[in-house]
Design a protein around this ligand. Structure first.
Ligand code: A4P
Ligand code: MG
Length: 179
């Protein structure tokens, strides 16, 4: 009886956190890989995906001699911790064939955790909010479509207002509306 109560207490303490993710690919079947990644995310019963943006075609940031990217943003919830969510995203990247390359190289799939509720978190392996999201049109445009009013906990501005003032001038083109 005592043990049962202990488990009940643990379950009641589990918290659902809002998550905002950015997914990108510029190698292989980009769109289908991104949707496979979303399908794999929800195989975890501790993750929900509630909304996804349109698909965007985006000019590459970093190494310019690579193909344009396909990028989307997604929102959902999780009861995983920040680090558990990162490891799960990394395992999906691996399953979908992401190879190890130098930073900013072309990639089969990239899953970045943009926000985890209003959490501010920094460790060797994970920084939340994602440290460069406010400087990137390819992240901000899709995100503004689904979460324009979400306020960045460090910058204290909404996504739409960050987008309106971004210094980034790389091109982002909406290619398909999700219905
Ligand atoms: N990491 C730290 N914080 C996070 C976070 N919030 N979410 C660590 C996810 N990962 C995070 O990432 C390197 C390490 O960052 C991870 O192992 C994790 O521990 P990675 O995905 O393995 O390598 P990367 O993506 O090459 O490096 P990085 O620094 O994450 O690059 P970005 O910022 O992801 O940029 N241009 C366009 N148009 N569209 C793109 O999607 N993507 C990139 C990659 C460059 N140019 C692009 C795009
Ligand atoms: Mg990344």
């Amino acid at each position: 009886m005592l043990n049962q109560n202990k488990h009940l207490k643990i379950n009641m303490d589990v918290k659902n956190h809002k998550i905002l993710l950015s997914l990108g690919s510029n190698l292989g079947k980009e769109e289908s890989t991104i949707f496979q990644a979303l399908d794999l995310l929800i195989t975890n019963n501790e993750i929900t995906i509630d909304n996804i943006s349109s698909i965007y075609k985006t000019e590459p940031l970093g190494l310019s001699n690579q193909k344009w990217y396909t990028n989307i943003a997604a929102s959902g919830t999780t009861t995983l911790s920040e680090i558990e969510l990162l490891y799960f995203c990394k395992s999906i990247e691996y399953l979908l064939g992401r190879k190890s390359r130098t930073r900013w190289s072309e990639r089969e799939i990239d899953i970045d955790i943009l926000f985890y509720g209003n959490s501010v978190f920094s460790s060797k392996y994970l920084t939340i909010p994602h440290k460069e999201l406010h400087l990137r049109n390819f992240v901000l445009e899709p995100l503004a479509e689904i979460e324009p009013d979400f306020v960045h906990p460090l910058i204290s501005k909404s996504i739409i207002s960050i987008l309106e003032n971004t210094p980034d001038n790389l091109l982002v083109v909406k290619s398909q509306t999700n219905t």
